[in-house]
Write a protein that binds this ligand. Structure first.
Ligand SMILES: Nc1ncnc2c1ncn2[C@@H]1O[C@H](COP(=O)(O)OP(=O)(O)OP(=O)(O)O)[C@@H](O)[C@H]1O
Length: 398
């Protein structure tokens, strides 16, 4: 046998990185309206004015993060050329399951000079953390734009969002200005905020709609030109990825996943060109990954409630009532080292969210003449798929 690896050649991919999740495209296609809304929302920064707060929402994979990064980079480049504009400092924070304290602490540390003492993980109050943040911001000066991705995952987002927009007017900041950009794919997040916060955070709302097949095709076509060697990706395979993703999530991430996985499959089969049947084969793999992503998008307690239903399902104990699910949820939460939510109502709220997202189905049961009723819940996906996803997510966290 020849030496392992020695006869493997790159054939299909010219630059596979271009199809990866982390790749930041140079150009954003098919989002002209959103780009112009963003430009409008942030243009005050060019004139040294306090930035408006921006709330960006839309389903997963529709370009919220990509467009935000693109706009902020363009803004930084433009302000650097203008005398009247302050320096713009951008910090992006993913709120996945975090607390306000954790968010502020991360921001403080990111602003401290290299080698400076890190802000403590515990032991201080959020107020102290905020004071330190304001000190750092005033020391540096300029305009700060804090991007909170998945802002709906932040416990007590309301208090943070109340705080920042007022920091300057109540004298916490003198030398610095601050704007908040909140990104979310949970349309109901808005309703959970207090009216005062709604008024300030929602100064500018930018809504991203799902892509249609034609738009996705344009995006994929552009990426494929760099990702694949010439002639190694069939135009009809691209159209197929676009059509499948448009019918399902309307997200570019799913379309790109299909194309990359299709390329992997073609490569592993030793085929020279990515064609429709490679995309068909990619569908199942991508689908499995999507379940994990969808679960990852839920708050930690939403995930634990889902895992509890999956454990009941696995033991043949579904359909189950919310009380039974709550008992199992408490065990699951403790096993994973989380303090369980204390009220039945909060578990029921998670059950209704999980139902809305299509993870669970619900049956209403009417009892007695007086018309009392109760609900039972069942899992709509495979319990094993939930266990696999939860394991992956727990592994990532540790
Ligand atoms: N208009 C576009 N042009 C080029 N690439 C795009 C476009 N929209 C999305 N993408 C690509 O699709 C992928 C997903 O986009 P992005 O991360 O911005 O989605 P998102 O809306 O922030 O989703 P989520 O809410 O799941 O984080 C990224 O790899 C991004 O580069």
């Amino acid at each position: 046998m020849t030496r392992p690896f020695s006869d493997i050649r790159e054939t299909i991919f010219a630059d596979k990185e271009v199809l990866s999740e982390d790749y930041q495209p140079d150009t954003i296609l098919e989002r002209d309206d959103e780009i112009s809304a963003y430009q409008d929302a942030l243009k005050d920064v060019l004139f040294g004015r306090n930035p408006s707060n921006v709330f960006v929402y839309g389903k997963t994979g529709v370009g919220k993060t990509a467009v935000t990064q693109y706009m902020l980079q363009a803004l930084q480049e433009e302000t650097a050329t203008r005398d009247e504009a302050d320096d713009v400092h951008v910090r992006m924070y993913n709120c996945n399951r975090g607390s306000v304290y954790g968010a502020v602490r991360t921001l403080v540390n990111s602003l401290r000079e290299d080698g400076a003492e890190q802000f403590p993980k515990t032991g201080l109050s959020t107020e102290v953390a905020l004071e330190s943040l304001y000190d750092e911001m005033d020391r540096i000066g300029g305009t700060f734009l804090f991007v909170f991705d998945e802002i709906d995952h932040l416990s007590d987002a309301d208090s943070l969002l109340y705080e920042f927009p007022r920091a300057r007017s109540i004298g916490h900041l003198t030398n610095a200005k601050v704007g908040v950009i909140g990104i979310s794919n949970n349309y109901r997040f808005r309703d959970s905020l207090s009216p005062k916060v709604k008024d300030t955070l929602m100064e500018k709302e930018i809504s991203f709609s799902p892509y249609d097949a034609t738009e996705l095709r344009t995006i994929l076509h552009d990426r494929a030109a760099d990702a694949f060697t010439e002639g190694s990706c069939d135009e009809s395979a691209i159209a197929k990825c676009a059509a499948l993703a448009a019918r399902d999530t309307g997200g570019a991430r799913q379309a790109l996943d299909l194309l990359r996985t299709g390329g992997d499959i073609a490569e592993s089969r030793g085929d020279a060109v990515v064609e429709d049947d490679h995309i068909d084969a990619a569908r199942e793999t991508v689908q499995r990954g999507r379940v994990t992503d969808k679960i990852r998008d839920q708050t930690i307690h939403g995930q634990l409630v889902l895992e509890a239903v999956a454990r009941l399902d696995h033991a043949g104990d579904t359909p189950a009532r919310s009380k039974e699910i709550r008992e199992r949820y408490e065990m699951v939460a403790e096993n994973h080292g989380h303090e369980p939510l204390t009220t039945l109502k909060s578990v029921q709220n998670h059950l209704s969210d999980l139902k809305m997202l299509g993870f669970l189905s619900v049956t209403e049961h009417n009892v007695g003449k007086r018309g009392g009723s109760y609900y039972t819940y069942e899992l709509t996906l495979d319990a094993e798929a939930v266990f696999d996803a939860r394991e992956t997510i727990e592994r990532e966290r540790s």
